[in-house]
Each structure stands twice: as C-alpha cells, then as structure tokens.
Design a binder for this molecule. Structure first.
Ligand SMILES: NC(=O)c1ccc[n+]([C@@H]2O[C@H](COP(=O)([O-])OP(=O)(O)OC[C@H]3O[C@@H](n4cnc5c(N)ncnc54)[C@H](OP(=O)(O)O)[C@@H]3O)[C@@H](O)[C@H]2O)c1
Length: 216
C-alpha cells in the first residue's frame, strides 16, 4: 500500500520506518521538498521510502499520517492540499502542545474542542481518525516492547476508516482487544487532554516508554 507520513520528527520517522518495514511504500512530507531530515530518513529506510513536500506526500499516499507539530498541523495540512486528502483516511497522531511558555506545555485547544475536530472541520472530505497520540513514538510501533501493550485509543466519524486504521495498528503489534474505539472525532478532546497526565506519569516513571491499560 502507498502511505504518506506528514512530518519529519521522531514520530514521522518512527512510523515511516515501521511502515516501510511492513512492505509499504512511504512518502515523507515536509515544508520543503528537500528537507535534510526526510532525505536522510529516505536513504536509511530503504527502497520503499521517498520524500517530498507535504503536498507531494499527501498526493502519493492512500492513507495519510499527520505527524506534524500540533500547533502547526492545520497549516501543514493546508499545504498538503485539501484535494490530496479528500476521500482518504487521515490518521491524526498530533497533540496540540504549546511550549511557548516553557515546560510543562499547555494545550492550545481543549475542553470543548480539539485538534482532531479542527482537522476534520478543515478537511470535511477526509476521514480523520485520531490514534496513537497517547503513547511515545517507539511504543506506537512496538507495543510489545512493554511488559504488556496496554490500551490504544481511536476516535473518528467513519467506521470503515477506523477499521483500516485498526488493521495498521494490529500490524504494528497492537492486539485486537487492546484497541478501544471511543466513538466520533469529538472523543479526540479527551485523548488530547490526557497529555498533561501522560507528561506527569513520564516524570514519575522517569521514562516515556509506558502505557496505561483500561480494565473493567
Ligand atoms: N514525540 C512523541 O513521542 C509523540 C508521541 C505522541 C504524539 N506526538 C505528536 O506527534 C507530532 C509529531 O511529533 P514529533 O516530535 O515527531 O515532531 P514535531 O517536532 O512536533 O513536529 C515536526 C514536524 O512539524 C512540522 N512543522 C513545524 N512547524 C511547522 C509550521 N509552522 N508549519 C508547517 N509544519 C510545521 C515540521 O515541518 P518540517 O519537516 O518542514 O520541519 C515537522 O515535519 C506532534 O504533534 C506531537 O505532539 C509525539
């Protein structure tokens, strides 16, 4: 399958490399078509890896991952082009973290709105699925590296899109019963507002390599 990864940071590179390893063709997108990080990533990741602008990548991908800085995601997706996202599954991994006042970051959107909803509203023809934003990049693609995977949350309006994302999550190593569908994209509010708690837990545990498990 052809996939697009918008974002050249640790998340984009980790997800991109895993997708290439799984046999997919991946184009990594950036503000600049010849971004140094994505060029180095494409060279290292192997023959299934390519790079380009946000628009090049979005046009090439059948499924698009948004792995851009949350405060810039709407801008990045606008550059990717609504026409290149229309009809496609758009997996939103971003968190709307605002580091402008230092640490810990605050959320630039919260309570009665979320980045996931803003992305869906800006791109009504894309099928936005919020997923993977609640774990660190290494855990996203290797939940088996923890003592147990824990729970991974998904949300979005389109059930077919969530099934497609579920298949990718299972390929990443998330057992089917670890995937908890919270319903429509409005659930992105809680998934994003979990970040302040996630950051506290990272401090308490002194590692980003952890997850929570929902039990009943
Ligand atoms: N780090 C984690 O483990 C983790 C875990 C869960 C969720 N997340 C979320 O995943 C996303 C990616 O995180 P990251 O640490 O890999 O990278 P990041 O540093 O948050 O974002 C890097 C990407 O954002 C783009 N970007 C920055 N400013 C921009 C602007 N003004 N306009 C357009 N694009 C802009 C960059 O474009 P260029 O390529 O052009 O520089 C780059 O591709 C974030 O939203 C983060 O909150 C991260």
């Amino acid at each position: 399958m052809k996939l697009a990864v918008l974002g050249t940071g640790g998340v984009g590179q980790t997800i991109g490399s895993k997708l290439v390893e799984l046999g997919h063709e991946v184009t990594m997108g950036s503000r600049s078509a010849d971004n140094e990080d994505s060029r180095a990533w494409a060279q290292a990741a192997g023959s299934g890896a390519a790079q380009g602008s946000f628009a090049d990548a979005a046009a090439a991908g059948e499924i698009v991952f948004n792995c851009t800085a949350g405060g810039a995601s709407l801008e990045a997706l606008e550059a990717a082009g609504a026409q290149n996202l229309a009809g496609k599954v758009l997996v939103d991994v971003a968190n709307p973290l605002d580091f402008s006042q230092g640490m810990p970051p605050t959320l630039s959107v919260c309570n009665d709105d979320s980045l996931g909803e803003r992305i869906q509203a800006a791109h009504p023809d894309a099928k936005v699925v919020k997923a993977l934003n609640t774990v660190t990049a290494a855990v996203m693609v290797d939940p088996g590296s923890l003592s147990e995977p824990g729970t991974i949350l998904v949300a979005g309006e389109d059930s077919g899109a969530k099934e497609e994302v579920g298949a990718l999550l299972r390929a990443f190593g998330w057992p089917a019963d670890s995937i908890l569908d919270l319903g429509g994209i409005e659930a992105a509010r809680g998934m994003e507002m979990y970040l302040p708690l996630w950051l506290r837990m990272m401090g308490a545990l002194d590692t980003a390599a952890f997850n929570i498990r929902v039990v009943r």
